[in-house]
Design a protein. Structure first.
Length: 286
């Protein structure tokens, strides 16, 4: 089975049982710019098990060095990820029927990584646009180091958010925080979206219980209350609580304000697939 590298713009690197969930949109480079395409979610183990991403996967088992610190993906970085095959290929190879009632598989964007190969960080999409000759020099460097040619990411302007935003009519049928397996059929083709939320009176509202943060927001005139699994946001909340418990909520809500959200359907868990805020995306100020 051959390995193919694909370039992914990181739009989520969220907490998941046993590790992390990495997801983003595929990108393709042409001249001095890149195009943004569909969603993908690299997983380990197998497509069906939807295993988490671990530090050792980013290094690649062929390159493990216990003394080397892993550089983990950050939001808006572009990474080259080694994959084996897509879920579509997987479904062709087995008798598992996607979309069958009571199915535990709805993450149609999943792709299986080659755990032996190293991930390659290309560029942060917010970096200053590189001139074409500089990109060609970088391509030569990557080819020399990794045996393959790949251009780095170019600048990511504010208007580029229009290309990553999705416009679903709703977040999976209703405004509850979960999807029952009995609802799953072929009409659910996407398990992850990037949306622009709105807030009543323009102010985000959160509820916190046992370190679990729930955000209330509006989307297409429906109110949602979903849990946050973004480790950056959760870490920031912990810091605010330590620094100044009284103003922690107001500071955290100010952080969320004017953000975009990556919303994902999680793995099957205790009878349901939960709707989760996998990332809080902060637009870069012009």
């Amino acid at each position: 089975m051959s390995t193919e590298y694909i370039s992914i713009l990181t739009l989520a690197y969220s907490l998941k049982k046993g590790g992390y969930c990495f997801a983003g949109k595929k990108v393709a480079f042409e001249d001095d710019s890149f195009e943004i395409y569909d969603w993908c979610r690299p997983v380990s183990g197998s497509i069906k098990s939807s295993g988490p991403i671990l530090s050792q996967h980013i290094l690649g088992t062929d390159n493990l060095d216990t003394n080397k610190k892993t550089v983990e993906p950050q939001l808006f970085e572009i990474w080259d990820v080694p994959i084996l095959y897509s879920k579509e290929d997987y479904l062709k190879e087995c008798d598992f029927a996607y979309g069958r009632p009571n199915s535990k598989e709805i993450q149609n964007e999943n792709i299986l990584i080659d755990e032996s190969k190293k991930w390659i960080k290309l560029k942060n999409a917010f970096h200053v646009r590189m001139k074409l000759h500089e990109m060609q020099l970088w391509a030569e460097h990557v080819e020399n180091e990794y045996g393959r040619t790949k251009l780095p990411g170019t600048s990511f302007e504010r208007e580029d958010y229009l290309h990553i935003l999705d416009e679903p009519e709703n977040l999976w049928a209703d405004n509850s925080d979960r999807v029952d397996p009995s609802m799953i059929d072929k009409s659910i083709n996407n398990s992850i979206f990037c949306i622009k939320p709105y807030f009543r009176d323009g102010t985000p509202k959160i509820e916190v219980e046992d370190s679990k943060i729930t955000l209330e927001f509006l989307y297409k005139n429906q109110t949602y209350k979903l849990k946050i699994t973004d480790p950056i946001a959760k870490g920031l909340w912990a810091k605010y609580k330590v620094d100044d418990p009284e103003s922690a909520k107001s500071k955290f809500c100010e952080y969320i304000k004017d953000s975009y959200l990556t919303i994902s359907l999680g793995d099957y868990w205790h009878g349901h697939h939960y709707k989760l805020i996998a990332a809080i995306l902060k637009p870069k100020k012009p």
